[in-house]
Design a protein around this ligand. Structure first.
Ligand code: SF4
Length: 393
C-alpha cells in the first residue's frame, strides 16, 4: 500500500469518535489539538489529520502524529490497538515513515513529528525502529524541526539516551497513578519495575546531557495518565503528578480523558467528564508552578476535587477571605496565592509597585490582570477594594 494511503488509514483507526472525543489509543499522548486538513489544501486523494502542538509562548506548530505500527503484542484494556481486537494492522518501515513525513514537510502541511508505535516483537525491537526512523529524518533528510518520540515499555537505557539525543521531547506513558490502577488498565504493564524506572532514567540522562545539550538543547520529558477508567480519584492522580514534577522534573503530566473504544473490555464504561480534567490540570499547575502542596488542595472526602470551583479559588476562599493579601507588600509566593494572579502577573505587580503604590483595581487592569478574580482576596494600600466583586469559579 502506498505510504500516504497508509498514513490516512492509520488516522482512521483512531478516529472513531464518541462524545466528541477520540477513543483511547495508546502510546500516544494528548498534548495536541487536532484538526482535519482542508481537502482543497491537500490537493491529493488522501487526507489525514494534523495535530497542533503547543511550543510555549502561545506558539503552535502543525504536527504529524502517527504510529510506526498499529500491531501490538499487548492487551491494554482501554486501547483500540490491543492485540485481541480484530482489524487490519499496518506497519511502516523506518525508511518509509521518514520519507512520508518529509513529503508532508516539503508540501508545508506539517512542521514536526510525534511518533509512537505499538509493540511488535519486543519493546526493544520496536524502540529500535522508532529510533531508526528519527535517525533517518535527522541524518538523511537533515530535518531540524520538532520531534517528540515515544519511549516504549521495555526500552533499554542506551536506547532512551539515543532517543533523547535526537528528539526535542520524549515521553513514556505511565498510564495510571499507581500499580493497582495500572493492573486494571493494562495487566501486562509493570508500573514499579518497568515504567517508573524508565522515567528515572530519562531524568538522569537529561541531567547528564544538560551541560553538552541534547538535540537543540535540553529535551523535555512528559508522561500521560489515563483519567477516569480505573476508578482512581484525584488524590491518586495528583500524588503521582507531584512526584513526577518534584523528583523527575517532568515538563508536563498529561491527563488523557478516558473515552471507551469499541470492542475493548472497557467499552461500556462512561467517558470521563471534561470538567474533571480541567480541575486536575489547574491543581497540577498549582503544585508544579505555584508552591502549593498536596495538603493544601481542596479535596473532598471522596478524594476528588470539587468540579464547581477552581481549586485555587477554593483555597483562597478558605484562607484569604478573612486575611486578604496586601498587594504592595506581599512577596512573589504570596502574590501567586491570589486567584487571577499568575507567574507573569506577580512579576508585573512587583515591578509596578516599585514605581508607584497600588491603590486602585484599575492599576491591575493596566497591568493586564483581571481584577475580577483577585479583588475578594486583596488589600490595596491597607484597604479592601471598594467594589466587592462576585467570587469567581
Ligand atoms: S502497549 Fe497497550 S496502549 Fe500501547 S499500543 Fe499496545 S495495547 Fe495500546
Amino acid at each position: 500500500m502506498e505510504s500516504m494511503a497508509k498514513l490516512r488509514l492509520m488516522s482512521d483507526y483512531s478516529d472513531v469518535e464518541q462524545d466528541g472525543m477520540p477513543p483511547m489509543t495508546v502510546c500516544g499522548a494528548d498534548s495536541t489539538v487536532r484538526t482535519r486538513l482542508d481537502p482543497d489544501q491537500i490537493k491529493s486523494s488522501h487526507h489525514w489529520e494534523v495535530f497542533h502542538a503547543q511550543m510555549g509562548g502561545g506558539k503552535t506548530i502543525p504536527l504529524l502524529k502517527t504510529m510506526l505500527s498499529s500491531s501490538c503484542v499487548n492487551d491494554c484494556n482501554y486501547c483500540v490497538f490491543r492485540s485481541q481486537r480484530d482489524f487490519q494492522r499496518l506497519s511502516f518501515s523506518p525508511d518509509e515513515m521518514a520519507a512520508a513525513f518529509m513529503q508532508l514537510v516539503r508540501k508545508g502541511f506539517v512542521q514536526g513529528l510525534f511518533l509512537s508505535s505499538g509493540i511488535t516483537g519486543s519493546g526493544v525491537k520496536s524502540q529500535d525502529r522508532l529510533i531508526d526512523t528519527v535517525e533517518i529524518v535527522r541524518k538523511k533528510y537533515h530535518f531540524g524541526g520538532y520531534i517528540h518520540l515515544k519511549i516504549l515499555p521495555g526500552a533499554e537505557q542506551a536506547q532512551i539516551e539515543r532517543a533523547m539525543q535526537l528528539s526535542n521531547r520524549v515521553s513514556i506513558n505511565l498510564e495510571a497513578p499507581n500499580p493497582e490502577r495500572l493492573r486494571f488498565l493494562a495487566p501486562r504493564k509493570d508500573f514499579s519495575g518497568n515504567l517508573l524506572p524508565r522515567i528515572a532514567w530519562m531524568d538522569s540522562i537529561r541531567s547528564a546531557m544538560v551541560p553538552a545539550g541534547g538535540y537543540k538543547g535540553d529535551p523535555s520529558l512528559t508522561t500521560q495518565l489515563v483519567m477516569g477508567a480505573a476508578g482512581e480519584n484525584d488524590i491518586e492522580m495528583l500524588t503521582v503528578s507531584e512526584l513526577l514534577y518534584s523528583r523527575y522534573h517532568l515538563a508536563r503530566v498529561y491527563y488523557s480523558r478516558f473515552n471507551p473504544g469499541v470492542n475493548t473490555p472497557l467499552e461500556n464504561l462512561p467517558p470521563a467528564p471534561f470538567i474533571r480534567m480541567v480541575r486536575l490540570y489547574q491543581a497540577s499547575f498549582l503544585l508544579r508552578d505555584y508552591g502549593f502542596s498536596m495538603e493544601e488542595m481542596p479535596f473532598m472526602q471522596d478524594g476528588f476535587l470539587p468540579t464547581g470551583i477552581d481549586p485555587k479559588v477554593a483555597w483562597a476562599k478558605d484562607n484569604l477571605s478573612e486575611v486578604p493579601v496586601e498587594l504592595n507588600l506581599a512577596d512573589r509566593e504570596g502574590l501567586l496565592r491570589i486567584p487571577g494572579i499568575g507567574l507573569v502577573g506577580a512579576q508585573k505587580i512587583i515591578a509596578a509597585r516599585r514605581e508607584k503604590k497600588l491603590t486602585d483595581l484599575k492599576q491591575l487592569t493596566a497591568l493586564g490582570i483581571s481584577p475580577k478574580r483577585a479583588a475578594p482576596f486583596v488589600l490595596l494600600n491597607g484597604n479592601r477594594p471598594a467594589v466587592q466583586l462576585e467570587l469567581p469559579i
